[in-house]
Design a protein around this ligand. Structure first.
Ligand SMILES: [Zn+2]
Length: 260
């Protein structure tokens, strides 16, 4: 596969929109092919309809959000709260890695408020790690390959770890220029918007996303709205100096501590 791809692997429908969407849009503008996978189907995201119904609705919403930025959608493989770090799930995620052969994998932070997020992260990391191991069986079966890839971890939701400590990113990405697309992507998740509007006030869902990006923008000291990333150690993935996210995003990214 010659074109460069980025694969976002998150836990639930709407996690990509909250934590990664601005970066994805910018990578698309930089020429990357965009791929999109929520491991869980969103089946617990309603108190009104049954699991199968809400999972169907949320899959449609997530597909719509992915389509709005031209991202290829990969099917969910788990129920909510059932993203486990087990062989069967790992084999499914690893198969998607071998299919997409991404240069960049975007996934959750290793420490986040929900176990689903942390397990999605662990699955993404090992799936990426196993890409060149023909003796690791993936489902559906696909050939191992050896190209390098670089894994980046998103900010935990609320920029805090499960013990409430602020997590600072290594890279800040300027999402101000693509704020409209990011907003529109999250708006695709109408079932969640309605639920949270009723319980927490009008547009709270969208406002929360905006507030989180603004908070990180303030921390960056450079951008009005930002997403944050930390690069996974290169061992088993790429060369020590490989940093395709930093390379691709030009003036819309900087490393913490770098002079402005
Ligand atoms: Zn989530």
């Amino acid at each position: 596969m010659s074109a460069r791809n980025v694969l976002a692997i998150a836990a639930h429908p709407d996690d990509i929109e909250f934590l990664m969407a601005g970066t994805l849009v910018l990578l698309g503008e930089a020429g990357y092919g965009l791929h999109y996978m929520n491991l869980a189907n969103g089946c617990c995201g309603s108190t009104e309809v049954d699991a199968a119904t809400i999972a169907g609705i949320r899959q449609d919403e997530a597909r719509q959000a992915a389509a709005s930025i031209g991202a290829e959608f990969h099917e969910s493989i788990c129920n909510d709260l059932e993203i486990f770090y087990d062989q069967a799930t790992l084999a499914r995620v690893a198969s998607v890695i071998r299919l997409v052969q991404p240069t960049i994998v975007l996934t959750h932070g290793p420490s986040d408020y929900m176990e689903d997020h942390m397990n999605a992260c662990r699955l993404a990391v090992t799936a990426a790690f196993s890409r060149g191991m023909p003796n690791f069986p993936v489902q559906p079966p696909r050939e191992a390959y050896g190209d390098p890839l670089t894994v980046y971890h998103a900010q935990p939701y609320s920029h805090r770890d499960p013990l409430g400590q602020l997590v600072l990113p290594q890279y800040f990405v300027n999402v101000e220029p693509v704020a409209r697309q990011k907003w529109d992507m999250l708006r695709c998740h109408q079932s969640q918007k309605k639920w949270l509007d009723e319980s927490q006030g009008l547009d709270s869902y969208l406002q929360t996303m905006k507030d989180l990006d603004t908070e990180l923008g303030d921390i960056s000291g450079r951008f009005q709205a930002a997403e944050g990333w930390r690069r996974h150690l290169h061992l088993g993935f790429c060369e020590a100096e490989d940093d395709p996210l930093l390379e691709a995003l030009g003036d819309n990214i900087f490393m913490a501590g770098e002079e402005s």
